[in-house]
Design a binder for this molecule. Structure first.
Ligand code: MIC
Ligand code: SF4
Length: 644
């Protein structure tokens, strides 16, 4: 039987386990990336492992999230990450050099390699044919130390593209269309391979837009073949030698095949507050817009920006709209500047922001009260923009410009002809903002610079054989990590200060949660389907761990979050009968007994001591995961293994 692209890469990197759907497998990791919002914690965790130098082929530390420095905290974290990178063999991409995924694609991505990153949009690398996955910081730290990365062997989905996109219809619209078809949980447990004749019409950055947003489907990752288009991109980056051709076998077997004809697609838009709330742009025609943001790891490539500049050339944006443009990397910004396109953007009235995540993670540029904001980003979760009552929509750069010019939601295909723009023969290559690590000899004298914001790590609590705790919080379906542990300019600087961060846990849903959880000492959370979707932030597990949450019971979990919960020693359990969710009420006293035996059987009985009901639960833990839970955390487990 033939293999898919992902199966080929998995096979070449398999350390343990069988390539059978649903089985736990361990993979050798070639490259890692971190960003600053998750990186500080990841490097603190790496330090506790006592390893001198990373064992990967390439590890890069990016500074792109926490770039607003309204106090010492972020600057301290940047210095900490810079010094630890220098000491331990990690490349350091300086603040301002760009968004991790964009820069990694440009400068470091290699087809056929494995990459994990402490950021959920690491699958951007799938655009260049990497098996690139988002992971919790601790899993990335372990991979830097040479340890394997554990995942559940995914199902294989294929999306066949035919035809060619019309003017003003883009790769972003393809992403939104697949979200419309599959929903934010439609990709859970799957790797999505993109193929068919239509992919020949998509450049690497366009492919990367699609694999980037595969994260919103809940997919393990998404991947494109490595072909002549990949080679062309690598040539333009002066990295031809990194090219490896990669395709699936003609007789590869897929669990699901979806066909999309690019020529029939229309501009699409995701409505508040979920990326799968997708309709045609034309159906919202005339809706007044207050703000437009262009950028983020989804849509900030040179090609995106050149199209934006061409559409803005000689025009002025609506007086009612505030437009921000953040190019994805210094390479993109310098090239825009060199060819004059930057002037077109500036003269239109746009505000130029740093090459960073910026408004995408609420780091500035929050919308006005109840403001309508059109963004070329990948997430529009409630409150993420920093303005709780804002109405955030996700669109392509073309639809974004159309709204900025007209002041209302406008189908860009109604604007006439797409203005000309041309892509350069070569990218401007200057890696001076990527600092190489010290040599092993020099590294010995490199001092790690720590700021006072770095606080103690929460203590692991080993899972005992029984648990009685109150149901402290009951939430609904599709709870995101932005609900569990919000981000934004005010909170993000405290990513290495778990006690402070804990004051904001679940604040979007229930501001009393942190205090109540702390007072209880130990507690249980109940949720609906796809609990923990969204970001890879392990803080969404570390903070509940700190607050004494011992188990989370849901209808289903998102992939990275379930791994983070186990790494933090919190038991993830699911209802055997999803309708039992309705039988539990916040405040109920709950009890679990014979937990160890239940872990082995894959089933436990939850007793609701308040109502007297008995509810069957399921769990599916590997031997390794059981040991982590019994040890209280992955760090504790790793330490105990080391001692043995
Ligand atoms: C996001 O887009 O939500 C983030 C911020 O990039 C996160 C990482 C984080 O929370 O630091 C992600 O996607 O993993
Ligand atoms: Fe940054 Fe936004 Fe991309 Fe997350 S989704 S990495 S915050 S640009």
């Amino acid at each position: 039987m033939g293999l898919t692209i992902a199966q080929k890469i998995i096979k070449a990197h398999l350390v343990s386990g069988e390539m059978k759907t649903g089985e736990e497998i361990a993979l050798k990791i070639d490259q890692t990336l971190t960003q600053d919002a998750t990186g500080t914690m990841a490097y603190l965790e790496f330090e506790t492992m006592g390893i001198d130098r990373v064992k990967t082929e390439r590890s890069v530390a990016y500074i792109d999230h926490n770039t607003l420095q309204s106090g010492f905290e972020n600057a301290d974290d940047h210095r900490f990450i810079q010094s630890i990178a220098k000491k331990h063999g990690i490349y350091f991409s300086r603040p301002g050099n760009g968004i991790c995924h964009q820069v990694h694609l440009e400068r470091f991505g290699i087809p056929g390699k494995t990459l994990i990153g402490s950021d959920s949009h690491t699958p951007t690398g799938g655009g260049i044919g990497m098996l690139a996955m988002g992971a919790g910081g601790l899993d990335v730290a372990v991979a830097m130390g040479g340890g394997a990365y554990y995942i559940t062997m995914p199902k294989m989905y294929k999306v066949n593209l035919t035809g060619r996109l019309r003017d003003f219809v883009t790769a972003k619209d393809v992403s939104l269309e697949i979200l419309r078809i599959l929903s934010v949980k439609g990709g859970v447990g799957a790797i999505i391979e993109w193929g068919g004749e239509g992919i020949k019409t998509l450049s690497v950055p366009e492919r990367a837009t699609i694999t980037n947003m595969g994260t919103e489907l809940g997919a393990t990752t998404s991947i494109f073949p490595s072909d002549e288009i990949t080679l062309n991109f690598l040539k333009k980056q002066g990295r031809e030698k990194d090219f490896v051709p990669l395709s699936s076998d003609p007789d590869a077997v897929y669990d699901r095949v979806i066909d999309i004809d690019l020529s029939t697609l229309e501009p699409m838009i995701a409505c508040p507050h979920s990326p799968d709330n997708v309709v045609k742009v034309s159906s919202l025609k005339g809706t007044k817009v207050n703000q437009v943001c262009i950028g983020s790891c989804t849509n900030s490539s040179l090609q995106d920006m050149l199209k934006v500049a061409a559409m803005l050339r000689g025009k002025t944006i609506s007086p009612d709209v505030s437009l921000s443009v953040s190019p994805g990397s210094r390479q993109v910004l310098s090239m825009l500047s060199e060819c004059g396109a930057l002037t077109d953007i500036l003269l239109s009235g746009a505000r130029l922001l740093e090459c960073a995540c910026g408004p995408c993670i609420g780091m500035g540029f929050s919308p006005n009260s109840a403001g309508v904001s059109l963004r070329t980003f990948n997430r529009n979760f409630l409150g993420r923009s920093g303005t709780k009552d804002a109405q955030v929509y996700l669109v392509s750069p073309e639809t974004a410009v159309a709204a900025a010019l007209t002041g209302e939601i406008t189908d860009p295909t109604t604007l006439g002809k797409m203005p000309e723009y041309s892509l350069p023969e070569h990218f401007l290559v200057d890696d001076s903002a990527v600092l190489p690590p010290a040599s092993p000899e020099e590294a010995k004298s490199v001092e790690i610079l720590r700021g006072p914001n770095i606080k103690e790590f929460p203590k692991a609590v080993p899972q005992k054989d029984e648990l009685s705790a109150e149901l402290v919080l009951k939430v609904g379906d599709n709870i995101t990590t932005d609900h569990i542990m919000p981000a934004g300019a005010k909170i993000l600087p405290y990513r290495s200060n778990i006690p402070y961060l804990s004051n904001f846990c679940f604040s979007v849903c229930d501001e009393t949660f942190p205090e109540r959880a702390k007072a209880l000492g130990q507690s249980i959370i109940v949720g609906g389907t796809n609990y923990g979707q969204g970001s890879s932030r392990e803080h969404a597990a570390l903070v509940p761990m700190y607050l004494g949450v011992r188990a989370v019971i849901t209808k289903s979990f998102a992939r990275i979050h379930i791994a983070n919960l186990i790494n933090a020693g919190i038991m993830p359990l699911t209802f055997k009968n999803p309708e039992d969710y309705d039988r539990l009420t916040a405040g109920d006293k709950l009890a679990l007994s014979d937990i160890y035996e239940g872990m082995d059987r894959g089933e436990m009985t939850l007793k609701d001591l308040t109502t007297g009901e008995e509810i069957p639960l399921c769990c599916d833990f590997s031997e390794r995961q059981k040991s982590i839970l019994k040890a209280g955390s992955l760090l504790q487990y790793t330490k105990e293994m080391g001692n043995e």
